[in-house]
Write a protein that binds this ligand. Sequence first.
Ligand code: DAK
Length: 260
Amino acid sequence: MSWNNILVEKDGHTAVLTVNRPQVLNALNAETLLEIDKAVDELAADPAVRVIIITGAGEKAFVAGADIAFMSKLTPLEARDFARLGQRVLGKIENLPKPVIAAVNGYALGGGCELAMACDIRVASEKAKFGQPEVNLGLIAGFGGTQRLTRLVNPGIAKEILFTGDMIDAETARRIGLVNHVVPAEELMAFCKSLASRIASRGPVAVRLTKEAVNEGLEMDLEKALAHEADLFGLVFATSDREEGISAFLAKRQPQFQGK
Ligand code: DAK
């Protein structure tokens, strides 16, 4: 498949999806979002792919937001469709049955910060900067920023970021829990690939059901979430991965999971 705005590479069980519009700091227009949508569907359907890394092309940016030039031409109805498209694509990433790691290599602003927050795990280069600068443009965050940031970090801190539009650096993002790790820029991709391959070596069905238990459980009260976890725990007992994992442990060998 050839793409105009993204790159997709596969390396073992890991796929890397790169937003590839470095001339506009990888800003997201509708065409780019539609390509991400399609690529993510294909990666979800490919049994060889167990973990996806999302990053941005070039030295400066992960994604510097929704494409402001593109948005400036939208009518209110088109703007609503654009916001719905962004929310749908980010929702798909969030609920994809495979883990997604954001390798944040530079500016993650507005829609870019929202894209990173839709991923399961965020790793930042020391050069990364995060922010929701929509208020500088007289806009509000349109791809879930008011909701995901408030769920990821303390609501008071989220509101300060959303109300001021100020950028925060990678170390601050780590301190408030927005990113898991900060690494030197030149080590970012190797770090993310190593994390991805550790996850990919675990039972794929177990990882998938764990993501489901966490995501769906966050929307439930504890009692219902625990009942849901117990159901998924039962379900995993029907898999050959579970038999392989337990036999390998007892035989003191490494498991060979098939994702079944
Ligand atoms: N969109 C389009 N082009 C962008 C861009 C963006 N978000 N960010 C940067 N660019 C372009 C610049 O215009 C410039 O293009 P040329 O002038 O070379 O043609 C090129 O990328 C390089 O940028 P700079 O020359 O500005 O580079 P600097 O290093 O000087 O500055 C910067 C880097 C990241 C600080 C600066 O570019 C900047 O402030 N960019 C804008 C960041 C921003 O405000 N992002 C948030 C966008 S708003 C909604 C739907 C969605 C959203 C909201 C509502 N609904 C429909 C309700 C989401 C909104 C956003 O994400």
